[in-house]
Design a protein around this ligand. Structure first.
Ligand code: NOJ
Length: 559
């Protein structure tokens, strides 16, 4: 190979780093607290770089670390181009990026374009400037109904519960899809569009490798009068023309963003958080002319079931073939009950469990959770995911096998969904956001020098990173070994199903011969002669035990 060719190959590889990356989501306020104020921070992340490197991930995705009043865990951004002073400074951020890059770990940051915080200077200006002003045009202000405009413009309900409209002092109302403190931006306004290009360049210039786009499917709206009622709104198909959700015209924004991403070498990447109605609708976000990749949450809401997994995997791989993107796999994030708990619930429905005829929130103390089974299945599902083509997103703490924390009193809870209900009725999302246990003893289990901002239960000690690092049979050791082997075994983005003769056992091979076998049932699955080539996961008498996964690699594949 000539030198020129070598360089070209390397450049291509670098640009495609995201296609099969293992991306670790950090929820910064709950990761590690370096300055002893009970809140995780950027220097805290820096102090744990060795841990991240040993884990073997390719990139970190940081949930918002921007200035915020924390009305929605930081997804209420008061300034898109700064670091929350409680979390550090821009210099701290730069130092963190430099160190992560030096260790071969890429950095993805969260962009929240649908709404700002009510403390953002634009919203404060809008409040002060009054009706009809240019400042109000950056948001969605309307007159109310009723004799004196005392009724909201429509009966629409916000995702977090309650009216989607809030009245301001001079009597106008503003629209908020989420919390009252999260006013929606007006994406028809060119100034809004321009400002986000500035933000994308700001972080790209600081060396950020990619972006996770919050509720990417909600930015554009058709709010022409007369506005539909809630019932009318609900009846409108979400096929590109719905007034509020997944409109086709949102892709004009992402085409513009793509041009910005491509100004950089390697081009910056993006992944859309888009809860849309079909895989075809999702594909639009993943297109190469748009964001390039979109989260696929199908497995996150699926049962631990072979048939369901197989269908979802096949559908998503077929879908990514049509877009040229790679698919994404995710079982946990900061919005859902941790999968080690979910899989131990008697019945699954995303965050909820059925008790009799009632759906109740998952993670509650008396729901008959079988935590051993939950963890067993979580291991099996995660190893399956890590063997699939595409990228896998892991959520901080899952590598410790952490369970959802239910023991948080109403007074200690922070999540607005707990207080307001809406689509998230139940215990809310605090249970998966409790600060990580780093050590079995000491204040806040090594998270920081003082009590953590959400209470950690006593049982966290058993899940502490230092305990698990010293135990070869721990979840942490399993993740480390899986991520290490995944790098060695990584293959082209395809798979071939191998029939197992069992409806509850999935088996597939990657083009280089790497095989994954997951037994979703309880009966052992005999591997025959292949048992000798198992490189990850345990076989028992030549068989894959119930609710477990093994990886098989023919001799020679592992150097
Ligand atoms: C999705 C985020 O993941 C969630 O945490 C947040 O509450 C909403 N978007 C609103 O920003």
């Amino acid at each position: 190979m000539t030198d020129a060719l070598l360089v070209e190959t390397r450049t291509a590889d670098t640009a495609a780093w995201w296609r099969q990356a293992a991306v670790y989501q950090i929820y910064p306020r709950s990761f590690a607290d370096a300055n002893g104020d009970g809140l995780g921070d950027i220097p805290g992340i820096l102090s744990r770089v060795d841990y991240l490197e040993k884990l073997g991930i390719d990139a970190v995705w940081l949930s918002p670390f921007y200035p915020s009043a924390l009305a929605d865990g930081g997804y209420d951004v008061a300034d898109y181009r700064d670091v929350d002073p409680r979390l550090g400074t821009l210099e701290d951020f730069d130092a963190m990026v430099a160190v992560l890059h030096a260790r071969g770990i890429r950095v993805v940051v969260d962009i929240v374009p649908n709404h700002t915080s009510d403390l953002h200077e634009w919203f404060q200006e809008a409040l002060a400037a009054g009706r009809g002003s240019a400042a109000r045009e950056r948001f969605i202000f309307r007159e109310g109904k009723g004799e004196n405009g005392e009724l909201p413009p429509t009966d629409w309900v916000s995702v977090f519960g309650g009216s989607a409209w809030e009245r301001v002092e001079d009597g106008q109302w503003y629209f908020h899809n989420f919390a009252v403190e999260q006013p929606d931006l007006n994406w028809d306004n060119p100034e809004v569009r321009e400002d986000f290009l500035t933000t994308l360049r700001f972080w790209s210039d600081r060396g950020v490798d990619g972006f996770r786009i919050d509720v990417a499917h909600m930015l554009t709206k058709d709010l022409s009068e007369p506005l539909p009622s809630r019932a009318e709104l609900d009846a409108i198909p979400r096929d590109g023309n719905h007034p509020l959700i997944d409109r086709d015209d949102v892709h004009e924004i992402y085409a513009e963003w793509r041009r910005v991403f491509d100004e950089y070498d390697p081009p910056r990447t993006a992944v859309a958080e888009a809860w849309v109605s079909t895989p075809e609708r999702r594909a639009k976000y993943a297109s190469a002319e748009g964001l390039g990749q979109a989260f696929n949450f199908d497995l996150l809401v699926a049962d631990f079931d072979a048939e369901e997994f197989r269908t979802i995997i096949a559908d998503n791989l077929a879908q990514s073939d049509t877009t040229g993107s790679s698919t994404t796999w995710v079982l946990s994030n900061h919005d859902v009950t941790r999968h080690a708990t979910r899989y131990g619930l008697p019945a699954l429905n995303g965050r909820h469990v059925k008790q009799g005829t009632e759906w109740v929130a998952a993670g509650g103390p008396d729901e008959g959770i079988d935590r051993e089974q939950g963890l067993r299945r979580a291991h099996a599902a995660t190893l399956l995911l890590l063997g699939l083509p595409g990228s896998t997103y892991l959520y901080q703490g899952e590598e410790l096998g952490l369970q959802e924390v239910a023991e948080i009193t109403p007074e200690e809870r922070q999540d607005p969904t707990f207080f307001r209900g809406g689509e998230f009725d139940g215990l809310g999302r605090d249970g998966c956001r409790v600060p990580l246990p780093w050590t079995a003893s000491g204040p806040s289990f090594g998270f920081g020098a003082v009590e953590a901002h959400l209470p950690q239960p006593a049982w966290f000690a058993a899940f502490a990173a230092d305990v698990e690092a010293a135990d070869p049979s721990s979840t942490l050791s399993l993740y480390r070994e899986a991520l290490r082997l995944r790098r060695v075994l990584q293959a082209d983005e395809s798979l071939q199903w191998i029939e197992t003769g069992r409806a509850d056992v999935l088996r597939f091979a990657r083009p280089n011969g790497w095989q994954v076998v997951t037994n979703f049932g309880t009966e052992p699955f005999d591997l025959g002669a292949d048992a000798t080539d198992v490189v990850l996961g345990a076989v028992d008498g030549g068989a894959v035990p119930g609710e477990s996964t093994v990886w098989i690699a023919p001799a020679g594949l592992i150097g």
